[in-house]
Design a protein around this ligand. Sequence first.
Ligand code: ZN
Length: 263
Amino acid sequence: MIDIGVNLTHPSLLKELESNQFQWQENGVENIIAIASDLEESIQITQLSNQYKGIYHTLGCHPHHADSWQADSATKIKTLFQQSNKVVAIGETGLDFNRNYSTQVNQIKAFHDQIALSKTLSSPLYLHERDAEDSLLGILNEHFDKNVPGVLHCFTASKETLKRYLDIGLYIGITGWICDERRGQELQEAIKYIPKDRILMETDAPYLLPRDIRPRPKKNHPKFLPHIIKQAAFFAEIEESELIQLSIENTQRLFAIKGIGTH
Ligand SMILES: [Zn+2]
């Protein structure tokens, strides 16, 4: 299995790296994609991915950190991109008008720059969106190049919203939100409408702990991906083994990863 969304620089996960014995691999999750939230973290996960087997990474600036995006940030990311053998996408980028940790103006600027970067580098976009569906789709409709695809990670919304993202050509990332019997209801309904060649699986660890894991751990972890896949397969009305296979194939196609598990 491959977890396409891990926040690897969280202390709980960094500690595990030091031991070089990854609990996720013991649980059948051979590979993970570490997602970048700002420039500093981009540098850190580039080093970690190139040091450890089975770890790939993105490069970019999350909308929460868009206030830190500078005129030369794109150039810096481009340099990192050229230095890494294991970079698979540009992001997380996008818009988060729910929390507005960075100003909306800065979020839009950083988003524009990263779309341009993804086109220049022919690298997929790794997208985050909260309460900004219309703005995000508006910008994508204007600038998105379908030849350089992308993923809307941690999708949580309805089948109507899903259709809009599918129509523009995006892949869809499913997290443990699917395990939430209250907040996850719309998603549990929508998941069956994701085409088989567009679904990806992720934990977003250590955040978004699936609500139904017992005994209840403190934090989410990539080792819980099999649990999320099991629930997702149930609501998607397909076999678990098929979902595992589909998510691996889709991940390899979208991110142009060859020979998962060998690097
Ligand atoms: Zn996100």
